[in-house]
Design a protein around this ligand. Structure first.
Ligand SMILES: [Zn+2]
Length: 462
């Protein structure tokens, strides 16, 4: 195992599971799933962080209505694949939090203050915190309890090794970065500072509103410049869609809202030059058939493809909670079958979701079997990205709880398999794991290459 140690201000800010929405919902059918989420929320380690204060598109932190209750969702709520589920989760979660947040009864400024206080108490949020994290960075390296310490020299050596393997093998491993209130144009900088090699993921805008702000031309040009500067190929970016989107919803009014946001984010990708747009297929919300849901998702993709150029829809496999679509390879295949331009549809496999959905990836043999099945049903040519996460829950439990690599029920074999398998080349592979160990985990993943440990030479003497 390569040493763990350094933390970064960027990953300290995320990883908070939070299902938030302002609207009410009466989707009683999702009750069970929601309970799970509330439990998850309650059992979150005390070190869990509020997500970044804003992914607003303005540098200046906005205080408009859209931003009011805005908190970035972490990626561990992938089973929140429908608007309804999302709303119920918010409702329940709000109750669970009880004193944390009160809707409607407080002034905006009071609520903002409350949020700020909570964020501060989580010692994770805001620019001040970022500054403090920055200052503490070296100290953190020494105090991290998660493993052997890495000196600056060793880290530098490790980075050289990563560069070498990354370049020669087209192995692009990064993580999901948040950019807070600094604007999307700073995402490539955050990725670079976090240690992403070749690729990274990010949210395109405010996760809580259907009316995201548009990017300014300046933001777009700066984003593109920063990608060039830090050597991120647009095809290795894996922007993540808003969780509000549910293209499978049979309710026409709700579908229209989802479609509008979907297209808006699709166009944002187009402007940024990001050619892969990662989203959760959706949920039937128990009100339509799987087949009808898949067909409708494909029709939405066709509709968005007609209005854009070059962007590829990347369907993420899901854990299978509620009525979500995408937890079987057959679902993904069914959607792809209905998409007209096969060059503009693909798949992102999330190891945690696959495991939760019942695909046993705990051994090399298991991986071989599962990925062969994927190849037969969907085909590796459609693989446009990976989410690399361990799982807090057991095989087939259909719950989506991400865990740090090697600390969950999934284990590390699948990651060794992926890093050493030619099918996983030339695509963005991003971590969505909790608790700020991205830099270490990225290094760890590269160390699996060739199934032998790759360590900085200077660690050998120790
Ligand atoms: Zn994921």
């Amino acid at each position: 195992m390569p040493p763990r140690g350094t933390t970064s201000k960027f990953f300290q800010k995320k990883q908070q599971r939070d299902s938030s929405s302002e609207e009410e919902s009466s989707e009683a059918s999702e009750e069970e799933e929601i309970k799970t989420r509330v439990t998850r929320s309650k059992t979150k380690p005390s070190t869990s962080k509020k997500a970044s204060s804003s992914t607003s598109n303005k540098k200046k932190k906005p205080i408009d209505e859209d931003d009011e209750d805005f908190e970035v969702l972490s990626f561990s709520e992938e089973d929140t694949s429908s608007e309804e589920e999302y709303k119920v989760a918010k409702k329940k979660n709000t109750k669970a939090k009880a004193t944390t947040k009160t809707k409607g009864s407080q002034s905006k400024s009071t609520r903002t203050t409350k949020r700020k206080k909570k964020e501060e108490s989580d010692s994770s949020e805001g620019e001040e915190e970022e500054e403090q994290q920055k200052k503490k960075k070296k100290k953190t390296t020494k105090s991290n309890p998660n493993g052997p310490k890495l000196t600056e020299k060793q880290r530098e050596e490790m980075n050289q090794i990563i560069k070498k393997i990354g370049e020669s093998k087209k192995l692009f491993i990064g993580c999901h970065v948040s950019y807070g209130s600094k604007g999307v144009e700073t995402a490539p900088i955050a990725a670079y500072e976090t240690g992403c090699y070749g690729g990274f993921a990010f949210f395109l805008g405010n996760q809580k509103t259907y009316s995201q702000k548009e990017y300014t031309d300046k933001m777009v040009s700066t984003f593109i410049e920063n990608c060039k500067k830090y050597n991120y190929d647009p095809k290795n970016l894996l922007p993540h869609a808003s969780y509000l989107i549910n293209l499978a919803n049979p309710d026409q009014t709700k579908l229209e809202k989802s479609k509008t946001l979907f297209l808006s984010e699709y166009q944002k990708c187009e402007r940024l030059g990001a050619v892969r747009y990662n989203f959760h297929p959706g949920s039937t919300v128990g009100a339509t058939t799987l087949e009808a849901g898949c067909k409708q998702i494909a029709e939405c993709i066709n509709w968005a493809n007609e209005q854009t150029v070059g962007v590829c829809s990347v369907l993420e496999c899901t854990a299978g909670g509620g009525h979500s679509i995408g937890h079987k390879f057959e679902h993904l295949k069914m959607i792809i079958d209905h998409v007209e331009d096969k060059n503009r549809v693909g798949v992102c496999l999330d190891t945690c979701h696959m495991f939760a959905a019942g695909y046993d990836l705990r051994t090399q043999e298991g991986c071989e079997k599962v990925f062969n099945e994927f190849d037969e049903i969907v085909g590796f040519k459609y693989l446009k990205g990976m989410h690399l996460n361990d799982s807090k829950v057991k095989l087939g439990t259909k719950k989506d709880r991400h865990e740090n690599l090697g600390k969950g029920h999934l284990g590390i074999e699948v990651f060794k398999y992926i890093v050493n398998n030619e099918n996983f080349r030339n695509i963005p592979m991003v971590l969505e794991t909790p608790e700020g160990l991205y830099a270490d985990e990225i290094q760890e993943l590269y160390s699996y290459y060739n199934e032998k440990e790759v360590k900085p030479e200077s660690t050998i003497d120790e």
